[in-house]
Design a protein around this ligand. Structure first.
Ligand code: ADE
Ligand code: ZN
Length: 344
């Protein structure tokens, strides 16, 4: 069989059916679309070209990135803008053989600028419905609370979301982690869970292992987004492994935000060796230099992951999803068939 320079790993990753479970829709705003929407909405950007925007994507930490990410999101005003953003991501995901996407959105970033909650949710959810109908790509929406704001604002956002309960599967927690522990949002998450939302939270990206434990205990989350720093606490690792709590790990994000010095130092293999339920995701691909397949490939190259491990990561992505058991079984069988035909 003909081999490519990386021994066909590229093609193998492309062929694997995958789920993406950690993806901020605002983080898929490519500079080209940012300029197009700025033009459409009469907004002046502090950049003169797409190249200048990309050149600004050098971050020393999470906050550096968030400052640009919130500034970029200011071009999103109308329902159609949210549709175009989401549709662009779904087409890219489809092209990478992503079969299911669980997508974060940050309504407070938009409602704070006077954009109606209905414009945000209508634009995003129409694009998701079109992706399901036209591409066969399924999805769930997860509404994130911004943790640098207070809990009263999270509760007000939850109230706005209740009429759209049928379109939103879960709630999450994102933005600046340091000094904003999960426990700050205990009541918002309690009410969200009582209303039937699944709960997830970013924890252990820049914050300590204690925040991961707090997300489990105070917020009762079913998944941890990132979770890298959980490795500092052996008892916590044992609990995460025993309870099979998924970690939605984002390799390229971790490098760009200086969570790890480089990919060869990434803890993903260590996490797997410890028996953790790890998945690979892209976080904010327009800002971090790659979508889902680029994340799989980068980490496979840096850590010399074999095909069996890559197939396991793809299986984990479906297992860790909010999909029903029958759909999971169908997609897991498809992963097995790709893994088997590559092995023969
Ligand atoms: N919002 C968008 N991307 C994020 C990340 N990686 N961590 C926290 N909040 C975010
Ligand atoms: Zn994230």
């Amino acid at each position: 069989m003909a081999t490519t320079p990386n021994n066909g790993l590229n093609a193998f990753i492309a062929a694997l059916p995958k789920a993406e479970l950690h993806l901020h829709i605002e983080g898929t705003l490519e500079p080209e679309l940012m300029f197009a929407l700025a033009g459409r909405n009469g907004i002046r950007l502090p950049y003169s070209s797409v190249e200048e925007v990309r050149a600004a994507y050098r971050f020393a930490n999470l906050q550096d990135f968030l400052d640009l990410y919130y500034a970029g999101a200011a071009v999103l005003l109308e329902t159609q803008d949210f549709y175009d953003l989401t549709w662009a991501y779904m087409q890219r995901a489809f092209a990478q053989n992503v079969r299911h996407a669980e997508i974060f959105f940050d309504p407070q970033t938009h409602t704070a600028r006077g954009v109606a909650f209905s414009a945000v949710i209508d634009g995003i959810s129409r694009a998701l419905a079109d992706a399901e109908a036209r591409l066969g790509l399924s999805s769930r929406l997860i509404m994130c609370f911004l943790r640098h704001l207070d809990e009263a604002q999270a509760l007000a956002t939850l109230e706005l979301a209740l009429p759209y309960r049928d379109r939103i599967a879960g709630v999450g927690l994102d933005s600046s982690e340091r000094n904003n522990p999960p426990g700050k949002f205990r009541e918002a998450f309690r009410r969200a869970r009582a209303a039937g939302f699944a709960a997830v939270a970013h924890a252990g990206e820049e914050g300590p292992a204690a925040y991961v434990r707090e997300a489990l205990e105070a917020l009762q989350v079913v998944r941890i987004d990132h979770g890298n720093n959980a490795l500092d606490d052996a008892d916590l690792v044992t609990e995460l492994a025993q309870r099979r709590i998924p970690l939605t790990v984002c390799p390229l994000s971790n490098v760009r935000l200086c969570v790890v010095p480089d990919l060869s130092a990434h803890p993903l293999q260590r996490m797997l060796d410890l028996g953790l339920m790890v998945t690979v995701n892209s976080d904010d691909p327009a800002y971090f230099g790659g979508y889902l397949n680029e994340n799989y490939l980068a980490v496979a190259d840096a850590l010399t992951l074999d095909r069996a491990t890559l197939a396991q990561l793809a299986r984990n992505s479906f297992q860790a999803s909010l999909l029903d058991a029958d759909t999971k079984a169908t997609l897991l069988a498809e992963v097995d068939s790709v893994a088997l035909s590559a092995a023969s």
